[in-house]
Structures are given as C-alpha cells and as structure tokens.
Design a protein around this ligand. Structure first.
Ligand code: CP
Length: 307
C-alpha cells in the first residue's frame, strides 16, 4: 500500500492501522534523508503549504516548517495574534484569502476542537491538524509511536502508561487511538478529576496510583498540567499534584525494571517530571522532537500524493 485512506489528517481516529504503518515506514526513510549531509529532497517542489497557528506552539510549528523546507515546498506562515483575525475576520474568510494565493495544503493549530474538520468541509485544500483544542494532535501521536518503535523494536504488546492531565490533553486522546491501532496496551494514570467521564469506553486501563502505573508499563509518557484549559480548580495545589503524580529520580530508580520516559513538551520541570529524569538516560524526549520532523515529512509527502 502506497497511499493513505484519507485526503486530510484530521485525527488518528480516522486512520487505519495500515495508514499508520505506512506513515511510520515512510518516516523511517525520511529520517535517513535528514541525517545525510544534504538534508533536502525535491519531493514537494511546486507545492505551497500554509502554516496557520491560532494558538501558541514551539515544537509543532518549527517541526512542520522544517519538514516542509526539507521537502522543498514553498512555505507561508500565519500567526493569529499578528493577523486580521484580531479585527474580526472569520476562520473561513482568513483561509479562503490565503488559498486565493494558490496554497495547496494547510497545517492548522486552533484552540477549538473540530476546527480542522470544519475547515476541511469548507475549503478546497488538504488539511493537517496540528492540534485542535483538547481533541486531537495526530502528528504528536505518530511521532510518539515512531519513537517507541525505534526504541523498543515494535509496538505490538508493549505497555504504555500516559500519566497526568488526561482530561485536557489532545496528546492523550491521539496517543490512545494510535497505540491501540498499533497493538499496544494503554493505561492512563492521574487524579480522578483529570480523567474524562468517557475514559472507560476507550478500552484503556485506568490507574490512580503512580507507582503501580510505572511498575506496569514499558514506557511512561508524562503529560503537562494544562492550566490554560482549566477554568476551575481540579486539584488543591501544584505541590500536592507533584507529590502524588510527579516523576522523580528516586521513584524511577526504585522500580523493578528500567522504563522509557517520554514527554510531548513543553515540560513544566519540577511539576510532572524533575530535570534529572527529563534529562536522564531513560528519557527519549529529544529523540521525540528529532523524529517529529521525519514523521511530519512523511505525513505531508503522503497527503500530497507524491508516493
Ligand atoms: N508538543 C507540542 O505540541 O508542543 P508545542 O505546543 O510547542 O507545539
């Protein structure tokens, strides 16, 4: 199979297991390319891509831009805070004005869940969801799956614990869909108040004791508390959260086996993870960032139909 079953990348929920394997295998080829002295290939020459960021980003924005440039695409960048959106322009008007400049693909991050799906129904371009509110962050899940596969050989039968603010996390939802489609077992761990009510229906294990989750898993993916999405208090204090759900070196070293530590970033050092764990030899956090470029190259290349 050389083609994806979807025209857009709106979420992992829409992908088949074959789609995911195709993206990961294509990303492996691109990883080899970006480690060559000449890192650029002409695969997306004549394709124009607009990166539309209506919400802050460091990793995803830079990673997409680098992926596009490595593929020789023409790139335009848009940040809502410095645009006419602040004068009241609608999302569709903004995007149609950009498309009038002959843009082929749109990569969009937006604070509203469903924004990428909405856009895909109203404009004539390939849409890549770079994170829509607390809904999905498909390329993060794909780069996480790629990084686990690279570290552990494969995903089938592997035990992955996703730990922290599951309720507000688009990374958690996309990871659950992606890991399950790849045959991994998934556990979520965090305070009861930060678990969505529908969590049991996703077929994951639920644990509220951090040590038990860490003893169970091969990989722990530590998530940030998303204070910017919390309009009420979900736990008494950050200090108490850290005492119950923060990962430190003493706890990590006391486990009966060595596990792999991941974090999608941005990290709140000293809250969900201490610096010695984040920067330690069991952490693959920077490998995740490196792999993000290859995975995003694969997604753009496959969606452009250049396979
Ligand atoms: N992981 C992630 O999406 O990071 P940014 O918000 O910096 O893009």
């Amino acid at each position: 199979m050389n083609n994806l079953s979807t025209k857009h990348l709106l979420g992992i929920k829409d992908l088949t297991a074959d789609d995911i394997h195709l993206i990961l295998n294509t990303a492996a080829s691109f990883k080899e390319v970006i480690n060559r002295p000449i890192k650029k290939v002409p695969s997306l020459r004549d394709i124009t891509i607009a990166n539309l960021f209506f919400e802050n980003s460091t990793r995803t924005k830079l990673s997409f831009e680098l992926a596009e440039k490595r593929l020789s695409a023409d790139v335009i960048n848009f940040a809502a805070s410095s645009s006419s959106v602040t004068k009241g322009e609608t999302l569709i008007d903004t995007v149609n004005n950009i498309l009038a400049m002959k843009v082929d693909m749109v990569v969009m991050r937006h604070p509203n869940p469903g924004a990428a799906l909405f856009l895909s129904k109203h404009v004539d371009a390939k849409i890549v969801n770079a994170g829509d509110g607390a809904h999905e962050h498909p390329t993060q899940a794909l780069l996480d799956a790629f990084s686990i596969r690279e570290k552990l050989g494969n995903l089938k039968g592997k035990k992955i614990a996703i730990i922290g603010d599951i309720l507000h996390s688009r990374v958690a939802l996309s990871n659950i869909f992606c890991l399950q489609k790849c045959g991994a077992e998934v556990m979520v761990c965090g305070p009861t108040t930060l678990m969505p009510k529908y969590i049991q229906s996703l077929g994951v294990k639920v644990e509220h004791d951090l040590r038990k989750a860490l003893e169970w898993c091969d990989v722990a993916n530590m998530l940030r508390i998303q204070l910017e999405r919390q309009d009420i208090k979900y736990f008494p204090s950050l200090r108490e959260y850290t005492m119950l759900f923060g990962l430190n070196k003493e706890l990590l070293d006391s486990l009966s086996k060595k596990i792999v530590i991941m974090h999608p970033g941005p990290i709140n050092r000293g809250v969900e993870i201490t610096s010695d764990v984040a920067d330690g030899d069991q952490s693959i956090i920077l490998e995740q960032v490196e792999n993000g470029v290859a995975v995003r190259m694969a997604v753009l290349f496959l969606l452009a139909g250049r396979a």
